[in-house]
Write a protein that binds this ligand. Sequence first.
Ligand code: GAL
Length: 966
Amino acid sequence: MSVDPFPCNGNGNGNGTEYVEDVSPGSGALPPRARYASSDAPSLSLNGSWRFRLSPTAEAEPFAREGYDAGGWAEIAVPGHWVLQGHGSPVYTNHRYPFPVDPPRVPTENPTGDHLRCFDLPADWPHGDGDGAVLRFDGVESCARVWLNGTELGTFKGSRLAHEFAVGPLLRAAGNVLAVRVHQWSAGSYLEDQDQWWLPGIFRDVTLLHRPADGVRDFFVHASYDHRTGTGTLRVDSDVAGRVTVADLGIDVPAGQPVTVPVRPWSAEVPHLYDGVLATGGERVPLRIGFRTVAVTDGLIEVNGRPVLFKGVNRHEWHPERGRALDLATMRADVLLMKRHNINAVRTSHYPPHPAFLDLCDEYGLWVIDECDLETHGFTELGWRDNPVDDDRWTPALLDRAARTVERDKNHPSVVLWSLGNEAGTGRGLTAMAEWIRARDPARPIHYEGDHDCRDTDVYSRMYAGHAEVERIGRRLDGGPRRRRRLPFVLCEYAHAMGNGPGGLADYQRLFTSYERLQGGFVWEWIDHGIAHPELGFAYGGDFGEELHDGNFVCDGLVLPDRRPSPGLAEYKKVLEPVGITGDGSAGTVRVTNGYDAADLSALAFSWSYQVDGQTLATGALPVPALAPGESADVGLPAPPAGAPDGEAHWLVRAVLAADAPWAGRGHVVAWGQVQVSDRTPPRVPATARLRPDDGAFTLGPGTFDARTGALTAIGGVTVTGLRLDVWRATTDNDEGAAWQHDPRCGPLWRRLGLHRMRHRLDAVETGDHALTVRTRVAPAGRELGLAAVYRWTADGDRLRLAVSVVPEGDWTLPLPRLGIRLGLPAPPSDRVRWFGGGPGEAYPDTKSAALAGRWESTVADLQTPYVRPQENGARIDVRWAELGGLRVEGEPLFLLTARRWTTEQLDAAAHRTDLVPGDTVWVNLDHAQHGIGSQSCGPGPLPHHRLRAEPAEFSFVFSPAPGTA
Ligand code: GAL
């Protein structure tokens, strides 16, 4: 089917509001074209303070005629969303439409924001013969009608797409009045049902562009790379005659003429750009050219002749105060954070980003899947009946969206795949989009996840498939339609980073690197969309009184709303490391493997350090050859330093940037490997101290106990409260899981079982000469199952040892959230915490790749990860010993440490950060084990080997006074 994507490019007319519910993309706008910055044609930013009036319906009072007095209106910042500037409020839904589904109709209550801006042209604005001007809107949600100086320019929909209007004849030197009416809801809203806040407004730039006579209009840079010859072929098609020059390459050819020269290719790892110029009679346009060839060859996505592995994230545009109105500094911060965390790819979920973001991706190097602004997920509630993407009446709007994406972004080397959209079901409209894109740009493969038969796509893409299924796909045992079987595979979304997590990243990465068909994935998602809120910290769905909402499902990113990296990002960085550093410590070598797709290791410097019991005794440089991609070498380590003390020893080998890179400074750690050389000697405490009765109490070494209950009351001078077995954790979003999950979800099942309200029955307090034994049974009301827990205390002079043994009784089918002890200590003046173990950050059994064994120091406050919705967090894993609150505790075996100024119950009950108020007690959990994290908030739960089965267990802790932390 061939459909003209711009069927209604006439002038807009009429005073009604029919255009709001009209399925067409709009009227009056110019055809889409490449985005570029002219060297010589001036432009005028119309960003800034505009007059603003909010009306409850689309039939708002007219305001566009000349002379209208808006003096009494409010002011609003453009770019911006009015709901984040005190007018109305945001609404969050995942996939449900927040209005009755009756396409293309929208509610009568349709908040409508009238925007007015007066401007003069700069004195030097050119007025040549044939000169024109274009008014550009980079993003308006969801539907706009525009007038300049009282004349209507047209209407448009397609929130995250650029729209331009020819305005030359209407412009005046001074006193121009630009009037823009924006409707929150329109037919376009049915195509924009992405999982995010609904945020109306003019949220991207508004610019007036001078268009010189004989200026460039549109152009298409085709810059391919032939890896066999090392040459690039450049052809710049322009719809106005011109010349193309690239000084560094000696290129000077007419537009449209191909030229082949030796070049350095562009890749995300080595993003080499050449500066060029396209010059027409009236204008010079700077070009940033990256030579690269993307192709699906023999079932693999190859760039420049080599398969790529996407180490990606899904990026929504987000700022906690400004919503989707992003400034350049924020966009750059995202790119730098990604590069510094070994991320090499971005899916622009689920719409084309602000154009400046793609400039940054070209410059710093990120592979981009550029996605059209299309999602109709809410139709899943109707069994996909009436889905616009399978209804020809909507096809022009879909083609408009495809064309506006491709035309705007086609000259970016970073864009390697086009994506038709997200979760829009299947249908003829998608096929039409794919056909249009293929014809316009055959040099980029097409992605779309929603059609598992891959009729329109060049890549088999899925979201949230579990490890076992991904492995089957990797082994090519997944069957499926013939076309699909020949395609490469990507997980366009996986590892749902909601709250604590995601778990299981390392297990996925092992699959990606084991099977060539698996070309990586994109974690869902980059940033929590929390809205800065004076009382709540960050607000999420429901905090604005929405009648339909999906709570904190909008907070599922690797960075917190303020872009503070969450522990998930540290984990992802480690898992993605482009250099493998492994060894078993005994051979005196480490194996270094170059895991880059295109770069050798020459940009990196390697170093070693030798550590005993977490303390670094010696360091040095480690010469490593500049291995080519895929190559490995066994690199000799030096002899351990002479006179090193006995203890648990490790080699730590780091790969760092050898020189400043555009995205991080010299010395930035890219990869590390830690190799254990000798084992730890577990603490031994001979039971030499006698148990002594003492005025209703017992003393045993440094320990004091209640004689009746056997409860520990003090260690040395430190008061201890509430020491007991603990199995409960404040459920994480991933414990709770998503309602639609088929697999059992632990959080709700744990609660149903009563694990959050365990009772502790005292069965016996047994005294011996050198030991105190307390027998208990820990169980929830209404259930017959329980845990027999025995605490056995012994001591030598200064050290008190607790051996805990736990035996499950009854029919335990569920895993436990955690297994360990908890105790309360008085909050000391200094809340310093030191430990030798995994660090520096939070880690759980399936999120511990980044935990480096070492000596770390923090504070109780800083141990907390401030997830937007409070939940279990902050554990440090594989701890050998820790010091806090005046105590030192050593574990055998290694343990997990958590310490906080509120109880687990308080943490569990909190809905926002501000619900947590530090109390007078530091609650310390010393866990023998914790259940894995998984990513069941929208994916698989923890893998079987990360589940904490209820089984007999024994573990011990040795306590002693630690003056330094009191
Ligand atoms: C996917 C969807 C995303 C997001 C995610 C869950 O189904 O494509 O937009 O909703 O689930 O957070």
